[in-house]
Design a protein around this ligand. Structure first.
Ligand code: FMN
Length: 157
């Protein structure tokens, strides 16, 4: 399946230029947490995030999570407090955060689960269609981060 096909068309939250906060982290999934449990977690996130203007991407593979969260600063920080306390993972390491006036990287993704094998294609596709230089920089940083992490670093292809 092409992950790009699963992108919805409807933008979530304040689309367009406004102050946007982003945060990324990686963590280690709890022992025994399987794909169906991750799918359930994502379904809940997809229901809840639009109400608070949060969009993003969750990568899960080899027992590691990597998540990109973007939205209003207060809401992202509040969600991150819940996420850190969640026993379905541990060793949460915050990687990057910023607050900038720019458009969302994932305006239509309430929370999209992306396979590690697909993450580069997703980011490269987003990079090829972005016009805002700040967004392009954010995407390039994210690509670098993924490539140097356990998630994207496996010797595939
Ligand atoms: C890796 C991971 C990612 C998560 N991402 C989200 C998310 O994007 N949105 C969300 O509402 N909950 C997410 N959750 C679930 C939250 O940790 C929490 O269970 C949920 O927000 C309910 O929190 P509350 O009971 O404190 O309100 C995630 C959990 C994990 C383990």
């Amino acid at each position: 399946m092409n992950v790009i096909d699963s992108m919805g068309d409807e933008p979530i939250g304040n689309f367009g230029l406004s102050s946007l906060y982003h945060l990324t982290y990686c963590s280690r999934a709890a022992a025994g947490l399987d794909k169906p449990a991750v799918d359930r977690l994502v379904a809940v996130a997809q229901r809840r995030n639009p109400a608070v203007g949060i969009t993003g991407m969750l990568v899960f593979g080899s027992g590691i999570f990597f998540q990109w969260l973007e939205g209003p600063r207060d809401e992202v920080i509040k969600l991150m407090t819940s996420i850190k306390a969640d026993t379905r993972h541990d060793t949460v390491v915050e990687l990057t955060e910023s607050e900038e006036v720019r458009e969302r990287l994932f305006p239509t993704w309430a929370m999209e689960l992306v396979e590690p094998d697909d993450v580069r294609a997703v980011l490269e596709d987003a990079l090829s269609s972005v016009d805002d230089e700040k967004n392009a920089q954010a995407l390039r940083r994210l690509l670098q981060q993924i490539e140097s992490s356990e998630i994207g670093g496996a010797d595939k292809g």
